[in-house]
Design a protein around this ligand. Structure first.
Ligand code: NAI
Length: 458
């Protein structure tokens, strides 16, 4: 995004990226496109179809006989979608006249007029850039003593490539990746056990929403164990044994066919030669930047997972665009208060703004309004009435302070709340806007009405 925007603004722009396909050709788009957002959503969709065909089609009067899983085709479809996205970026680079270098980039030294960057790919070359934008992303964090082999102990990469459905799947970390990938393989038939260190489920999510989601996931068959302490992890020939103690201190020994470790990610700064040019990292190993994504080196910027802030592709994109605009002397801006979050489980969880627990901690007087999808006609017709929409508004001004959703298509519904918050709307503003009937968005309007205790349909 930074490269495209910079080129649009008239800069001569080069983008260096090392990611390769199995055949050694460029695979543009980084983690999001290759082993993150895009392939995981492809598998989430496929596994959801499979689950519907097996469990809910009958209710619609559709009889399915001989339902079978072709995991090879499912993975092939996912790979095709990834390739379409890779190729889409090549097209966008051509269209915007961004010059692409396939290889690993690192700083050589500061030179007259900028920085010399070494690119090591099939060949080795050096280029000079006046402004440098670092967007090197992050890598899965391994548990000590349990390095990823992507065969038995899997990061997000291996979790998207399992050639068969494991009978018993262990997941360490009940965060975004653990819940999304755990959901995929559970729907396809795996017996999934999630082991989470913290005593609370999804601590960053609004408590009421997290509780509702927890209830729904447990009902679906995910075994979620909170407050566990992971002990020794031992790899067998075809399985992994995890020793852990539960929240009461009882020791367990669990044997899994595969183990996903999703305990967070670490910034990719290795191999940049940061030391060589004096690029400063912060105490957590991220590239240190100010509010404008400026590093300590003149004309060197950093964006995305490799700097502070949420590890979200859309946050990275916004920062990349803003940096390109700042280089051009414009006033690029990223509003960290209105970055939406989505967890693509089923039902989805999405939110923007502050949670009820944050408002309490900040001492803000607020009003809350909720509306359950159970009372929404479109959700009933869809056959998915789980979850709710929740509004939090300032007690005095009625300004929307947070919107939290667990339910069908939450990822799409949250956009209205983001727009509303960007425009500093009040809950009443949303309540007074005409929403199409029948649609899930009516639940948003009703939750806004509920802030003033005047829901019409509940
Ligand atoms: P996460 O930060 O979402 O969750 C990690 C979980 O592991 C936490 O609940 C943490 O308490 C737990 N944990 C940490 N150490 C542990 C230990 N030793 N034993 C047991 N539990 C432990 O990280 P995750 O899921 O790895 O995702 C990485 C990043 O990727 C996140 O920042 C996330 O926002 C991003 N991402 C975003 C997606 C989305 O926007 N839908 C999808 C996938 C990833």
């Amino acid at each position: 995004m930074a490269a495209i925007r910079a080129a649009q603004l008239g800069f001569s722009t080069a983008c260096i990226d090392a990611w390769s396909t199995d055949k050694g050709t460029p695979a543009l788009g980084g983690t999001c496109t290759n082993v993150g957002c895009i392939p995981s959503k492809a598998l989430l969709q496929s596994s959801e179809h499979y689950e519907h065909a097996g469990h809910s089609f009958a209710d619609h009067g559709i009889e399915v006989k001989g339902l079978a899983l072709n995991i090879g085709q499912m993975l092939a479809r996912k790979n095709t979608i990834v390739k379409q996205n890779n190729d889409g970026i090549v097209y966008l680079f051509k269209k915007n006249k961004v010059t692409f270098f396939h290889g690993h980039g690192s700083f050589t030294k500061a030179v007259e007029g900028g920085y010399e960057i070494k690119v090591v790919g099939k060949t080795e070359e050096s280029i000079v850039g006046k402004h440098i934008v670092l967007a090197t992303g992050s890598n899965a964090r391994a548990l000590p003593g349990a390095e990823f082999d992507e065969e038995l102990i899997l990061s997000n990469t291996g979790a998207l490539e399992l050639p068969a459905v494991p009978k018993k799947l262990g997941v360490i970390g009940a965060g975004v990746i653990g819940l999304e990938m755990g959901s995929v393989w559970r729907r396809l038939g795996a017996d999934v056990t999630v082991l989470e260190a913290l005593p609370t489920f999804l601590g960053a999510v609004d408590e009421q929403i997290a509780k509702e989601a927890h209830k729904l996931f447990v009902k679906q068959g995910l075994s979620i164990n909170l407050g566990v302490k992971i002990g020794e992890i031992v790899k067998g020939k075809n399985d992994v044994t995890v020793n852990y103690s539960d929240d009461k201190g009882t020791v367990h020994v669990a044997v899994f066919d595969k183990l996903i470790v999703s305990i967070g990610r670490t910034p990719n700064t290795n191999g940049l030669n940061a030391d060589g040019v004096g690029l400063k990292l912060d105490e957590r190993g991220f590239i240190a930047v100010d509010g404008d994504c400026k590093t300590n080196l003149p004309n060197v910027w950093a964006v995305g997972d490799v700097v502070r802030g949420p590890m979200l592709a859309h946050k990275a994109e916004e920062e990349g665009v803003a940096v390109a605009e700042r280089i051009a002397g414009q006033h690029g801006h990223v509003n960290f208060n209105t970055i939406p979050w989505v967890i693509y489980t089923s039902p989805e969880i999405a939110w923007v703004g502050r949670t009820e627990q944050q408002l309490k901690a900040d001492g803000v007087a607020y009003k809350a309004g909720t509306f359950p999808f159970m009372a929404n006609g479109r959700a009933r017709a869809l056959g998915d009435t789980s979850g709710m929409v929740k509004f939090l508004a300032d007690a005095t001004t009625d300004e929307i302070l947070g919107v939290h959703i667990v339910g069908p298509m939450a990822s799409e519904l949250i956009a209205e709340a983001v727009v509303a918050m960007e425009f500093k709307a009040s809950a009443e503003d949303i309540a007074r806007i005409c929403h199409a009937h029948p649609s899930l968005s009516e639940a948003t309007k009703e939750a806004a009405l509920a802030v003033d205790k005047r829901s019409l349909n509940f």
